[in-house]
Design a protein around this ligand. Structure first.
Ligand SMILES: C[S@@+](CC[C@H](N)C(=O)[O-])C[C@H]1O[C@@H](n2cnc3c(N)ncnc32)[C@H](O)[C@@H]1O
Length: 498
């Protein structure tokens, strides 16, 4: 018989072939791209109208059956499933806890989400999120995707995923780390992570239950990634969202801990929320947490909201604006913020690198949105190298003797306007085509100079060439050029040649 709504726990003692299930799904075309098309979404976590999607996948074929089973959580007739997907070992998958059967129907106990070449189990969401149990295991969310993009992906020996959930960051880290430790307070999350490791046939992972850095004991890591439960609220309702700590203390503790748990040269990439007093003082508190960590740090802010808008957004998502308790919760959240004298709440990420024994730098940038941040690892490493260089310069003119490569992941857009009956360029706009979406206006002289950054000539030589073309003295161009170039360097447009 089907078990109703008893929470899934996989039997990890039982031998089963995860690769076989993954192969069946791949052969059926159950991929992130196909699913995004069927669901009409651009990100795996977006909500969709299940009834509409169900009607799109009604005809029985291998792909449609898998969407019904693993995405929509619908029952599928056992006989159809066996006929259409004979490769699925229903008996073993039931014994392991993935499938349930009764009355000739098969149901999946969990959602299976393809994410690039991974297939990840997480809990199905009830129609109203407020009905989720406290230990609900999240799937791939917007925050997971942002953190995955912002993680520095150097080949390393050891990595820590603090708050691993179903394991997504740990699995991505395992691609470039020899050993990965995933930790979580939620026992069910670790059960899912272990199941997912088997499903995706990933080795070199260890899972430990416990809070914050406690399971790491005295170990140090070359990489720390964390997407902790950072929402600032009076609630302790969902373990994936609410830390049992006041205000933004969970974020503070994760950031403060990095100094003690990072190896020299290691990076930490942490997503978090924090509160502050005014529109302008947003960087002060998080950068003060970096304090004694011996880390260089780069704080990125994606949004800043007034407490009421912040509370409405989170409560709208998890309580539902149609809930009879929505207003009461809003009042509770607001009085919590008032008691703590919280006037603004920001969301962002911090990237830290341990560099002991030298003067550490810190910088902060506000970007418009985290949405669409893709793989930024190279860009982040370029920017760290540039900040290191700038930190060593006694004066800006020393930059003239350095050589750079213009990074190919940038595009120059010309905007044209009509003047005297012909098209002329009125604006040149340079922007990153992947990673953190930095952009800037440049004039044709700078654009030309950037194109000339081939790693062979120094900035001094390139400016001299530009001045010759323009028929001017290079000395008159240098101050203005250096100002713009410094800005472009700090946005990752140029790669330093060592
Ligand atoms: C937002 S989820 C992140 C899941 C996954 N890492 C990702 O990026 O999608 C936060 C995770 O932190 C875990 N968590 C909550 N409190 C924790 C604590 N004090 N220490 C470690 N993990 C914690 C939750 O159980 C949950 O799995």
């Amino acid at each position: 018989m089907m078990q109703g709504c008893k929470a899934t726990v996989f039997d990890l003692e039982r031998a089963w072939d995860g690769a076989k299930l993954k192969a069946v799904a791949a052969e059926a075309g159950y991929t992130d791209k196909a699913l995004a098309k069927t669901l009409a979404i651009t990100c795996p976590h977006e909500q969709q109208d299940i009834e509409v999607v169900f009607r799109r996948v009604r005809i029985n074929n291998p792909y449609n059956i898998l969407v019904r089973l693993f995405r929509l959580g619908r029952a599928v007739p056992q006989s159809e499933l066996q006929k259409i997907l004979p490769g699925l070992d229903l008996e073993t998958l039931t014994a392991v806890g993935l499938l349930q059967h009764g009355d000739g129907q098969i149901r999946s106990t969990v959602k299976l989400t393809p994410f690039y070449d991974l297939l990840l189990a997480s809990d199905f969401e009830p129609p109203a999120r407020r009905e989720m149990p406290a230990d609900h295991v999240l799937g791939v969310g917007a925050a997971s995707v942002t953190l995955a993009g912002l993680t520095v992906r150097r080949p390393v020996e050891t990595a820590l995923d603090l708050g691993a959930g179903a394991g997504i960051q740990a699995f991505l880290a395992a691609r470039h780390s020899q050993r990965v430790l995933g930790t979580d307070t939620n026992e069910r999350a670790l059960n899912f992570a272990r199941f997912n490791a088997r499903l995706n046939d990933i080795e070199g992972l260890e899972w430990r239950q416990g809070s914050l850095y406690e399971p790491a004991d005295k170990q140090r890591f070359d990489l720390i990634v964390s997407n902790p439960p950072y929402v600032i609220s009076p609630e302790s309702r969902f373990v994936f969202r609410d830390a049992h700590l006041p205000g933004d203390q969970i974020s503070e503790q994760v950031i403060r801990g990095t100094g003690r748990y990072l190896n020299e040269g290691g990076f930490a990439c942490i997503l978090f929320n924090w509160h502050h007093r005014s529109e302008d003082d947003w960087a002060t508190r998080p950068l003060s947490w970096v304090g004694e960590s011996s880390c260089d740090s780069w704080l990125l802010r994606f949004s800043c909201e007034e407490p009421l808008a912040y509370a409405a957004e989170w409560l709208g998502d998890y309580e539902g604006k149609d809930s009879p308790d929505y207003g009461r919760h809003l009042d509770e959240w607001m009085s919590y913020y008032q008691d703590m004298r919280i006037e603004r709440i920001s969301a962002g990420a911090i990237i830290m690198r341990r560099r002991k024994g030298q003067r550490n730098w810190s910088r902060f940038d506000a970007i418009e949105t985290a949405r669409g941040i893709g793989s930024s690892s190279d860009q982040i490493e370029r920017i760290f190298a540039i900040e290191d260089l700038l930190e060593t310069l006694a004066e800006e003119r020393e930059l003239l003797d350095f050589r750079f490569h213009f990074d190919e992941h940038h595009r120059l857009e010309h905007r044209l306007t009509v003047e005297d009956g012909r098209w002329v360029v009125c604006e040149e706009h340079l922007h990153a085509s992947e990673g953190i979406p930095f952009a800037g206006k440049v004039d044709m002289y700078i654009a030309q100079l950037l194109a000339g950054c081939d790693g062979r000539r120094s900035l001094r030589e390139l400016i001299a060439e530009g001045a010759q073309r323009a028929g001017t003295d290079p000395e008159t161009m240098i101050p203005a050029f250096l100002k713009v170039i410094r800005k472009l360097m700090r946005s990752g447009f140029l790669r330093l040649v060592k």
